[in-house]
Design a protein around this ligand. Structure first.
Ligand SMILES: [Cu+2]
Length: 165
């Protein structure tokens, strides 16, 4: 009986095989989990990519801890911006500055995991804040620009062609 435990050769092999068995099992398990996560997550409807739920679209703003991420976002007019609460706290998305609501939009309470969307149909600069965390500087700005803006085209007196020299 004791011979079995004293022979190094026979002791090493099964444990190594065990190790590989476990690592491959764990790998398969993680792959399956990753697959399930991205396809059954509630975010399935807004993209087909298998990115994790923490990754936001270009017009999404995360609420992470007591911050809006990104805090500054530029979108074209007509864009719907969605705020996603990725924290464990209740937040709001409230337009205005210095804690004063300017009446443009106000999400009310957005619970952890919840979302709020607002469509910006006019160009302009829209500062906003979180009511519970305004004193922790939980603020952000949405910059709404004309569609197509961003390339240098002006059309307006920029290229004084008629003026000759
Ligand atoms: Cu907040």
């Amino acid at each position: 009986m004791t011979h079995l435990f004293n022979r190094k050769g026979s002791d090493e092999r099964p444990s190594r095989a065990d190790f590989f068995k476990w690592t491959s099992l764990i790998t398969v398990f993680l792959l399956v989990m990753a697959g399930c996560d991205s396809s059954t997550d509630s975010g399935y409807d807004d993209n087909d990519n298998d990115d994790p739920p923490t990754e936001l679209g270009p017009n999404d703003v995360g609420m992470v801890g007591t911050s809006f991420t990104p805090a500054d976002l530029t979108v074209e007019v007509g864009t719907t911006v969605t705020w996603v609460n990725q924290s464990g706290m209740v937040h709001t998305v409230t337009s205005g500055t210095d804690g004063e609501h300017d009446g443009v939009f106000n999400s009310g309470d957005v619970n952890p995991g919840g979302e709020y969307s607002y469509t910006f149909n006019e160009t302009g600069t829209y500062p906003y804040f979180c009511i519970p965390h305004v004193q922790e500087n939980m603020t952000g700005v949405i910059e709404v620009v004309e569609s197509g803006e961003g390339d240098e085209e002006d059309g307006d007196g920029d290229d004084g062609n008629g003026n000759g020299y």
